[in-house]
Design a protein around this ligand. Structure first.
Ligand SMILES: [Zn+2]
Length: 430
């Protein structure tokens, strides 16, 4: 491939100012609200209150036995809840007191350190609201039941937690599949690499494989962090399967033989996201190892997005935007995504509009990938917490437009404008 010029893409602060203006109150307003009615100060805090226990419900927890998890990873097991310390609003707790069975005195746990607890088999999550310096207690069971209902109405569902022994069975199933692939491509002498989350099957030389495996693990970790999973959480059904060939002919043959696919366009990689949760990425390295690294992360990110939380499909611009954004972060040696961002900005400077052909399209034009990743990048930069809320909202059954409104307080037109401002087109229309 021809080396591409390094673009001079810089995020202007205008976008951030516009986004932040919607949720950051002035110090004055914040003081006032805390003093009088203790309202949340931004969209993330408001969302955290949607399923918060009332003062009466919190009272009813006193005297019950709980398992409490704190932020240093410590579990207080089988402790009795003896008291909540609240502000004037009794549903907002500053700290709680618990007592172990044989302890003479209670122990005080401060709201900043509380993560979650289980009481009578029900789970609760503490939501710390910095503007109020207190936490609400979110009823997870109630929240999940409400989401389940919403998902059911559109024929979607939460992905089920898979017990460990079933996970092992899935991995065995994939290994059998890969053995068949190997038998089909006997002359390629394909080899098998297994990590905690990936089954990687390839005809690449062993020493070339290692860096790609590291990048995939990093991607797994960073996406988990960006969406809201704890480190170490395995999102996959068993593991994700990657079939990576050196050359294009084998890739095309694999697609035809195992996926009955003859049309692959210019694709260097494809992500097969199965309805049952199985994810198989196929790809070929060609002669640009950096670009291949970015493609591998991009395609595998689609699999991750498929497997995150629920079966709800993610709109194309968001799905491609996240996949390109994460590829840019994890494989900085590939300049492809930055190049696409510059190219998209140049195009839009001519057109001054997406012409209705971006936000609601099922397929993006090549140049539009640059806009998709740039918008995701700006949204993340404005606030990782708001982005988490935005993405989870879609996976929990909100339309992406409603989720955008809830998380960022923006309409599609305003989002388009904010992106436009960041690339010097103040009135960019969707
Ligand atoms: Zn893609």
């Amino acid at each position: 491939m021809v080396p591409r010029p390094l673009p001079n893409f810089r995020v202007t602060t205008t976008f951030l100012a516009l986004l932040l203006a919607w949720h950051a109150p002035t110090a004055e307003a914040q003081k006032r609200s805390t003093r009088f009615n203790a309202k949340p100060s931004n969209t993330v805090e408001a969302a955290a209150m949607e399923f918060a226990l009332s003062a009466e419900e919190i009272d009813q927890l006193i005297g019950k036995t709980a398992d409490v998890l704190t932020s240093n990873g410590k579990q207080e097991q089988n402790v009795e809840i003896t008291r909540f310390f609240t502000g004037r609003d009794k549903s907002q707790i500053k700290s709680m007191e618990v007592k172990a069975e044989n302890a003479r005195r209670g122990k005080r746990l401060f709201a900043t350190r509380l993560v979650e607890m289980t009481v009578d088999d029900k789970s609760y999550r503490f939501q710390y609201l910095p503007s109020l310096k207190a936490a609400t207690i979110e009823d997870q069971s109630k929240k999940n039941a409400a989401i389940k209902d919403k998902l059911r109405s559109s024929n979607e569902q939460f992905w089920e937690e898979i017990p460990e022994e079933e996970q092992l069975k899935h991995v065995e199933e994939y290994k059998e599949f890969l053995t068949k692939v190997g038998e089909h491509f006997t002359t390629l002498n394909m080899k098998f690499y297994e990590t905690k989350y990936f089954l990687f099957y390839t005809d690449m030389p062993a020493k070339q494989v290692a860096p790609y495996l590291i990048q995939l693990d990093k991607m797994n970790e960073l996406l988990g962090q960006s969406f809201g999973f704890k480190p170490g959480h395995n999102i996959w059904r068993g593991k994700a399967v990657i079939v990576a060939f050196m050359g294009k002919p084998a890739f095309l043959e694999f697609e035809q033989q195992f996926y009955n696919r003859t049309e692959t366009g210019n694709a260097i990689g494809l992500c097969h996201s199965h309805g049952n949760g199985k994810v198989v990425v196929s790809c070929y390295r060609g002669n640009d190892p950096n670009f291949f690294g970015a493609v591998l992360v991009h395609e595998t990110a689609h699999g991750y997005i498929h497997r995150y939380k629920s079966t709800v499909p993610i709109p194309t611009w968001i799905n491609e935007g996240i996949a390109d954004w994460i590829a840019m972060i994890i494989v900085p040696s590939s300049k492809e995504v930055r190049f696409r961002q510059t190219e998209a900005a140049a195009r839009l400077r001519q057109m001054k509009t997406f012409g209705g052909q971006f936000f609601n399209s099922d397929r993006l034009d090549g140049w539009q990938y640059g806009s998709a990743s740039a918008i995701i990048q700006l949204m993340l930069k404005a606030s990782p917490e708001q982005f988490k809320l935005f993405f989870n909202g879609i996976k929990e059954g909100l339309t992406w437009q409603d989720s955008l409104q809830r998380a960022y307080g923006l309409t599609v037109e305003q989002l388009s404008q904010a992106y436009g401002q960041s690339i010097g087109i103040p009135l960019l229309t969707p």
